[in-house]
Design a protein around this ligand. Sequence first.
Ligand SMILES: Nc1ncnc2c1ncn2[C@@H]1O[C@H](COP(=O)(O)OP(=O)(O)O)[C@@H](O)[C@H]1O
Ligand SMILES: [Mg+2]
Length: 338
Amino acid sequence: MGEDYTTFEKSGVTQEEILKCSFSNWCDLFKDHLFPYRVINPLPPTFIDYLLSDGIKLATKQTRLEQTSDNEYSDWDEDETDNSDPPHLKFIHLHDQISKYVEKLGGKVIPKLNWSSPKDASWLLPGNTIKSIEANDIYLLLKSSDHIVDDLLYPFSEVEDPKDVKVAYELVLKKWEDINPALEFRVFVKDGNILGISQRDLNYYDFLKDLEPELNARISKFVYNEVIPNLKVEKFILDVYIPRPFDKVYIIDINPFSRKSESLLFTWNELLTRNPKDDNEYEFRLINETNLAAFAKKQYSESQVPIDVVGAANDTEALINLAREWEKLQTKDGSISP
Ligand SMILES: Nc1ncnc2c1ncn2[C@@H]1O[C@H](COP(=O)(O)OP(=O)(O)O)[C@@H](O)[C@H]1O
Ligand SMILES: [Mg+2]
């Protein structure tokens, strides 16, 4: 039975729910189900200012004198008046801590703030990944991501009547794991019930069909026995990962039940009009041969080209600036190669 039109259902997400989904507010509850991580909290205001400032200036290992040696780009630095020092001098303690934690976590991490990772900026790093091996990778990703800007400036934009709360911002560094995206699933939970489970990576994997009953049973048990009773949040979106041999469920993330989160193989209207009567009244949706084409496009809606690039394409000066930042980045130490 198809309806000709639907009304726009609001998610009803509350400020309290959003705050409870901040990484540090739930990570301790599920330590046994998380890959190794470190949280740096609170972040110094100088670092937040740096993240929100225009342009991308990275930490340098060389002195200014060497940087401005005779090359065709030497006038760039001279043009800059207030920015001559490498930015990390303003948050040197944090910088050292990041470097230390990256090393402790095995030399490869993915960065996040309270809610989001900068995955929309992955195109900036070689290999189109947010896998970071040093502080500069992390700065570049965080500074270039619209998701990060949203965390910093508009975390409660979907809340009806937000109070003026000050968010304690945190940097989460998660140890890089070689995750098989086929085995990542998103679980929508409201009022103690699962509303639906969706494959997270919207590619077709033919082996998933046979695994579905086992995966479903594992996830359902974990959500009803462990997550719902311990988390105590009315509604939320849980991202899980179940690697072979499927005997353990890992939590990748717990997200606010907000339209900002991708509904994947469901529609938000579908989720919001659902009213399950018992624990098992939900669908476990996978990409199959039939719906593959319909969802192929959606896959990329989360990681559109950042607005900077769109802007730069219409603005010569912005384009030149972007090219300069890029050039600096390629040399890694921030110096300009001849
Ligand atoms: N520890 C990790 N190692 C490698 N990849 C990861 C790790 N954690 C998450 N990912 C990958 O990054 C994606 C986004 O991570 P997630 O923490 O959910 O960020 P976001 O909340 O911004 O979506 C996940 O779908 C997963 O594929
Ligand atoms: Mg998330």
